[in-house]
Design a protein around this ligand. Structure first.
Ligand code: ADP
Length: 257
């Protein structure tokens, strides 16, 4: 496949103690840069603005009010892009930030504009780094401005860029018949072809304090991907070089195809 979207969750780029996992972030940028050098087109959808903002501002807990959260996201997004910029620069890559709200893809004019922007970035060999624009997305206008989570956002980015593959990296090896953190005898699904209500029933709550949606938002994303006849792999982001193996076609994580 030529055009690849990689989505990374907050739990993958932050340590449980609330600091940034620089080792993993650096490894991720190395892998994506190498894929670029192999001639692939790469788009990164990265969560983590609020987590990084909390770390940067040395807050002891997640702020409670929405304006506070948005202010923290504003600081965190800048810090996160600063880190990505440094690491990617070290591997000879140029990055471009794309902050999205849901209305952008809902209205035809702005949707087309976004499509053209991604196309231009990729044509120019730039790695787009995408996140929800947390600082302006408004909870009260939920349906209009918010994707709700980056799982869904990454599926929509895959759709509007006509990507060949969405690689979703989480803190778990794939989708199981029950939450393996609670039930050690859980069995991994190697392949899923359709998303059914029975599958949603197997998706438990979120795993970490940082995680947003747990498995159900990943199934929503997979459903979106399957309806567009594309593919998605859900795998563990602990070692980002797993991306090389996924692209090489090794049986890793859960393949939705
Ligand atoms: P991320 O931050 O990567 O988006 P989440 O924390 O939102 O990740 O979701 C991953 C978590 O979902 C896992 O760590 C696990 O605890 C939980 N989970 C619940 N049900 C399942 C299941 N059926 N299969 C795999 N993981 C599950």
């Amino acid at each position: 496949c030529k055009r690849i979207i990689v989505k990374i969750g907050t739990s993958t780029i932050m340590y449980a103690n609330g600091s940034i996992n620089l080792q993993r972030l650096e490894k991720l940028t190395f892998v994506l840069s190498d894929l670029k050098n192999q001639g692939k087109e790469v788009i990164l959808v990265s969560s983590g603005a609020v987590g990084v903002g909390i770390s940067r501002l040395q807050l002891t807990e997640r702020p409670k009010t929405i304006p506070e959260q948005q202010a923290v996201a504003s600081v965190g997004q800048t810090e996160l892009m600063n880190l990505y910029s440094k690491f990617f620069f070290g591997y000879g890559q140029i990055i471009g930030q794309v902050l999205m709200t849901r209305d952008i893809v809902e209205f035809p004019a702005s949707r087309l504009n976004a499509i053209n922007t991604f196309e231009q970035l990729l044509v120019k060999g730039i790695i787009p780094i995408v996140n929800e624009n947390d600082t302006v997305a408004v909870d009260e206008l939920d349906h209009l401005t918010k994707f709700g989570d980056n799982d869904r956002l990454s599926a929509i980015v895959a759709e509007i860029t006509d990507a060949d593959l969405l690689i979703m990296l989480s803190d778990i090896d794939g989708f199981y018949n029950k939450n393996p953190n609670d039930e050690p005898d859980a069995v991994l699904f190697n392949e899923i072809h359709t998303i059914t209500d029975d599958l949603y029933a197997l998706a438990g709550g979120k795993g970490s304090s940082y995680g947003t949606g747990g498995m159900s938002t990943k199934l929503v994303a997979a459903d979106h991907i399957l309806k567009k006849s594309s593919q998605m792999v859900l795998a563990n982001g602990e070692d980002p070089t797993i991306i090389f193996d996924i692209i090489a076609g090794k049986e890793i994580g859960t393949l939705f195809s």
